[in-house]
Design a protein around this ligand. Structure first.
Ligand SMILES: NC(=O)c1ccc[n+]([C@@H]2O[C@H](COP(=O)([O-])OP(=O)(O)OC[C@H]3O[C@@H](n4cnc5c(N)ncnc54)[C@H](O)[C@@H]3O)[C@@H](O)[C@H]2O)c1
Length: 402
């Protein structure tokens, strides 16, 4: 490492699932990528003193606090990494930006369009003094997904006709699974739609470079009441036991919608937590006039590519193993054929975030990009509420600068 490297001190809020994933990336990013800035894992925040102290030691943070306001008030924190549920994204993020901290905020950006707009305005104002903001749609940073985008952008697929995207999970198929925060609208904003549907909305728009302009949707809540949890946590939780009090599920369990893209293509999306046997199956296929490409997160080092310009007798989907040094991000890792995993997407996310801060450029996905995803989520929810009626997605306004 160069001795001229500037050090950026990071404060992270939330220490559970994403907190651990981001910590792993903060520990790794400067050891794998050669960057002009060095991140220092200064402070971690959670509400429970003993748990956050334990997390600090376990995940590699120098200090801990139980109050995110204290984290933001500290002069020596340069970056705030928001890994809390959606109900606190807007408040923490806006306060951090106003205090001059760069912000990485987990997806979905907010629980409502209104909150997302306020975050975009705060980011635009902060940008005028060189403060950067980015939303954590990490799947963009899977090398095979980035390669997909490059194939589309270079014209190898021709005109995009179809986008087919599913994100399937099954962690709440048991009706006795407790009412964790992800099943409560006031904490999560929406259910499968905002949690995993947001990922495939962002991913497909990123890969195709096209925006969803309108949708027709259905959503369903299959299990309407669940036992209250002993402790509300993320994807793993236990109920209070037999006879536990019940609470209302206030979000969708599944969301299915069709969409039009601004390039003329048709798209279908399915996001569900009731796909029995599918733990975390994110799959996308794109069909163009000159070829097709398909991605499956369970085989994330691979891409299926069909090139319609090849001689007829040789045509067929071929597998690209995305581990070559000239594939996105891969030069920093292992020799060709030595595969990487889920956690690397977060390391790549931080690489791009730190590189943007260092070069004084705006990282992507920007808060405006994330607001656009929020507008699609909102259109889907409204369409489903109106008997699947066709609902236009409001265009993203130019960022508001104060
Ligand atoms: N990028 C991805 O692939 C991905 C995956 C999972 C979750 N997420 C997103 O990450 C965010 C967090 O999800 P998670 O799965 O890590 O949840 P989680 O329940 O595992 O962890 C949430 C953490 O936030 C803390 N927290 C909650 N409110 C707080 C507050 N007011 N002050 C301080 N700490 C607070 C909790 O104590 C906990 O440590 C959500 O926005 C979620 O949508 C993204």
């Amino acid at each position: 490492m160069s001795t001229n490297e500037k050090e950026l001190r990071v404060g992270m809020v939330g220490y559970a699932f994403m907190g651990a994933a981001h910590s792993q990336a903060w520990r790794t990013v400067n050891r794998v990528f050669d960057l002009p800035v060095r991140a220092r894992m200064a402070l971690i925040c959670g509400r429970d003193e003993s748990k956050v102290a334990d997390a600090a030691g376990r995940l590699g943070w120098e200090g801990h606090t139980t109050d995110w306001r204290e984290l933001i008030a500290r002069d020596d924190i340069d970056i705030v990494d928001v890994c809390t549920p959606g109900d606190s994204h807007a408040e923490i993020t806006i306060a951090a930006l106003e205090a001059g901290k760069h912000v990485l905020c987990e997806k979905p950006l907010a629980n409502t369009v209104e909150e997302a707009r306020a975050m975009v305005a705060a980011a635009a104002k902060a940008q005028t003094v060189g403060v950067r903001a980015m939303c954590g749609f990490n799947y963009r940073r899977v090398p095979a997904v980035s390669l997909m985008r490059e194939l589309v952008a270079s014209g190898r697929l021709g005109v995009i006709r179809h986008v087919r995207a599913v994100y399937l999970q099954d962690w709440i198929t048991d009706p006795q699974f407790p009412l964790v925060w992800r099943l409560q609208k006031d904490k999560a904003g929406s259910g499968a739609l905002g949690d995993i549907g947001a990922h495939i909305i962002d991913l497909t728009q990123f890969v195709t470079g096209q925006r969803i302009t309108g949708v027709s949707a259905i959503t369903e809540t299959f299990v309407k009441e669940r036992p209250l949890p002993a402790e509300s946590s993320g994807l793993a939780a236990s109920a209070d036991g037999a006879g536990a009090a019940m609470g209302q599920v206030t979000v969708d369990d599944a969301a299915v919608f069709v969409a039009r893209l601004d390039g003329g293509g048709l798209a279908t999306y399915e996001a569900t937590r009731f796909a029995t046997g599918r733990r975390n199956a994110l799959r996308v296929e794109i069909n163009g006039s000159l070829g097709s490409v398909a991605f499956d997160l369970e085989r994330l080092n691979e891409l299926e590519f069909y090139d319609a310009s090849e001689p007829g007798a040789e045509q067929g989907f071929r597998r690209i193993l995305v581990t070559e040094g000239d594939h996105p991000y891969m030069a920093a890792w292992w020799p060709p054929g030595h595969i990487i995993g889920y956690e690397h997407s977060f390391t790549h996310e931080l690489r791009d975030f730190l590189a943007a801060i260092a070069t004084g450029s705006d990282p992507t996905p920007s808060f405006t990009d994330a607001l656009q995803v929020q507008l699609v989520l909102d259109a889907v929810a409204r369409s489903a509420g109106l008997g699947s009626s066709w609902t236009e997605v409001e265009p993203v306004p130019a960022p508001v600068t104060a």
